[in-house]
Design a protein around this ligand. Structure first.
Ligand SMILES: [Zn+2]
Length: 247
């Protein structure tokens, strides 16, 4: 008698591979799963992921990859361009604040003091000037304080115009979201928005406040947004050029 083979529900086999696409070596994640019947390609901030049926042939995989090579390379380039510049927290570096670029100017000091803007400089007095982590902490704390101040002003400006009463405003550090809103009225805004021009911050605030009227992205929701922000389509497009960086 044969023992009945026990089937594992939806097994997924994952491996890292490299393939040459239009002369460029591309590393990708290959996921084999019994749930799939066709080959699916996805490109996002983590790179290329190829989802294939559990027992698909190498030949099939190869032909799909070559067929979609142009699309993959183009998508990867778009994501690459969106990647935030890794801040080094060193003297002379560019610092973004409310859509403007300032030069980080680090001054040795006995105490750490909150940064100050002077002309096109962001002046930071720090006790440990050679420690990027210290500079990062000083500037990020300042970013968060400024963010909270500005976001509160924006909410206080737009909420009465939109006839909504948010319960509280909180700062978030979400990796992929600029803002969110709960049914109980908590509006969360990503502190990194403070790096953007005011009109984009306004748009995100209006967007989240509109969720207090419509908890979805329906036509009715966009009408609420459009009443106070006529250019919302343009803003959405511009916002896509920015991406919340990981901390
Ligand atoms: Zn939304």
């Amino acid at each position: 008698m044969f023992k009945k083979l026990r089937r594992i529900a939806n097994p997924t086999v994952v491996e890292q591979r490299t393939v040459e696409l239009i002369g460029t070596p591309v590393t990708y994640t290959l996921k084999r799963t019994s749930r799939r019947r066709s080959i699916g390609l996805r490109v996002d901030d983590r790179g290329l992921t190829v989802n294939v049926p559990l027992h698909s042939s190498e030949k099939w995989l190869h032909s799909v990859l070559q067929e979609r090579a142009g699309w993959v390379v183009e998508k990867l380039a778009t994501w690459q361009a969106k990647k935030p510049v890794q801040q080094q927290w060193v003297d002379g570096e560019a610092i973004l604040f409310r859509g403007e670029t300032f030069t980080l100017y680090i001054v040795p000091s006995l105490f750490d003091t909150p940064p100050q803007i002077h002309d096109n400089r962001l002046i930071v007095h720090a006790s440990r000037i050679d420690n990027p982590a210290t500079i990062a902490e000083i500037v990020e704390q300042w970013y968060r304080r400024e963010a909270m101040k500005l976001f509160t002003e924006c909410v206080e400006h737009f909420a009465p115009l939109m006839n909504v009463i948010p319960r509280e405003i909180k700062l978030s550090a979400a990796r992929t979201q600029w803002g969110s809103c709960t049914t109980s009225g908590t509006v969360r805004l990503n502190w990194q928005l403070i790096k953007m021009p005011l009109y984009l911050i306004d748009y995100v605030v209006v967007h989240e406040l509109a969720h207090l009227v419509e908890m979805n992205h329906s036509a009715a929701f966009w009408r609420v947004v459009g009443e106070v922000c006529q250019d919302y389509m343009k803003m959405r497009g511009e916002l896509r050029k920015w991406s919340p960086s990981t901390e």
